[in-house]
Write a protein that binds this ligand. Structure first.
Ligand code: S3P
Length: 440
């Protein structure tokens, strides 16, 4: 039966995980590919585009601003760029769906347009903090109103004269950095961003690939306004964050041996590998060249007993989307795992510290929450129960892993949002051995 909030999964222990799979394209790169190709001059062909709801929401937004985007096949897009000043005013609010990346990056890009826009989102996105972008953008001269308490909708007034600034961001956030750099394209003068910890640099790399002069190094980026972007072919690598569910599952389920083909290995994304290896995981990495300027590797994961660790705080930003899966690994490891310095988890698609702690407790694990993390006490046999994903894709997929180790059936409520980042996750999971079906 479906819950009031949509579809539920019934997940049960399956077989040892076996096979060789490819996960879909990177969500972060897919958003940026559509945005930058749209404001470039000429045609960009995108391969490996993530056919997920988040990236498609961004695509629909640019179509509504007059960009012709063809979809000649799954994962393929041909974007007819309109140039930096060629976007047209849309005929109403622009819906970012569930995507924080879409909304925050667009806030920067749209602040530089000559026309007004309004960005709206779904129930989860409508609760997420936006002042982290609107505050610094205001310092550049942007005029953006938020809803009460700094949440969406965002009303962006066009025609603002943006001015480059030098800024030290408060939170390590690629979304904040990217919003500033995208506004910087339209600003006079130079925009310089220093980060408290380096974050993913896809915006910088793609701007450079499309011909915009930019200087960047880990934790630093600098560009000036007034140049142009030129369309080109963009290849989107497989999303490490999607691969992560299978890496954790194969590490945990006895007898597993799973290959993941050509996974994007940007060092700002792969913190989970360091942490899992420190816990005892057996993950073999074979470099497989580059895709779209990003290193990719084939990963071979074999089951290995894991032990709890203190997660080094310096890895936190490099695995920020992987904590739901890590919490499951920790619950199934021997001993305690301590997570600190991860308060950002409280403002993701759900409060991921609370949703993971509640779900794990339902299944019989002991979890002590703190403001910026948790201690997960591993080793207890997970039992059966119903857990709520709170509409958060990564929570839903993480509990599908937990069920592979549980003694009984796990109902995972409200899983429709898995389609935002990983359409087809359930079919792929079944293919490699997961016990997982849609509740009737
Ligand atoms: C993203 C950055 C991260 C990440 C999100 C995607 C991006 O958010 O959690 O899933 O594409 O820039 P923050 O930059 O806010 O940490």
């Amino acid at each position: 039966m479906s819950s009031v909030n949509g579809t539920d999964w019934i997940a049960t222990r399956g077989a040892p995980l076996r096979g060789s799979i490819a996960v879909p394209g990177d969500k972060s790169v897919s958003h940026r590919a559509i945005m930058l190709a749209s404001i470039a001059e000429g045609i960009s062909r995108i391969e490996g585009f993530l056919e997920g709801e988040d990236a498609r929401a961004t695509e629909a937004i640019f179509r509504r601003m007059g960009v012709r985007i063809e979809a000649p096949g799954p994962g393929r897009r041909v974007v007819h760029g309109v140039g930096l000043h060629g976007l047209q005013p849309p005929d109403g609010p622009l819906d970012c769906g569930n995507a924080g990346t879409g909304m925050r990056l667009l806030a920067g890009l749209l602040a530089g347009q000559s026309f007004d826009t309004e960005l709206v989102g779904d129930a989860s996105l409508s609760k997420r903090p936006m002042r982290r972008v609107t505050g610094p953008l205001a310092r550049m001269g942007a005029r953006i109103e938020t809803g009460e308490g700094g949440v969406p909708p965002l009303r962006i007034h066009g025609g603002a004269a943006l001015q480059g600034i030098e800024i030290r961001t408060e939170v390590a956030s690629a979304q904040v950095k990217s919003a500033l750099l995208l506004a910087g394209l339209y600003a006079s003068g130079t925009t310089v961003v220093h980060e408290p910890h380096p974050t993913r640099d896809y915006t910088e790399r793609m701007l450079q690939a499309l011909g915009w002069p930019i200087e960047f190094s880990p934790g630093f980026a600098r560009l000036e306004g007034g140049h142009r972007l030129v369309g080109r072919d963009i290849v989107v690598p497989a999303d490490f964050s999607s691969a992560a569910f299978f890496i954790v599952a194969a590490s945990l389920v006895p007898g597993s041996e799973l290959q993941l083909q050509r996974v994007g290995m940007n060092p700002r994304r792969t913190g989970l590998l360091h942490v899992l290896r420190a816990m005892g995981a057996d993950i073999e990495e074979t470099p497989a060249g580059e895709q779209g300027g990003e290193p990719v590797s084939d990963l071979h994961v074999r089951h290995a007993p894991l032990r709890g660790i203190e997660v080094p705080v310096e890895h936190v930003p490099d695995m920020i989307d992987e904590f739901p899966a890590l919490f499951i690994a920790a619950a199934c490891a021997e001993g305690a795992t301590v997570v600190r310095g991860a308060a950002e988890l409280r403002v993701k698609e759900s409060d991921r510290i609370a949703t993971m702690a509640t779900g794990l407790r339902t299944l019989g694990a002991r979890v002590d929450e703190t403001d910026d993390g948790a201690t997960i006490h591993g080793g207890a046999q997970l039992g059966s129960g119903a857990v709520d994903s709170h509409g958060d894709h990564r929570i839903a997929m993480s509990f599908a892993i937990a069920a592979q180790l549980a003694a009984g059936e796990v109902r995972i409520r409200d899983v429709d949002n898995v389609a935002t980042s990983f359409p087809g996750f359930d079919a792929l999971a079944r293919e490699v051995g997961f016990g997982l079906r849609t509740a009737q």
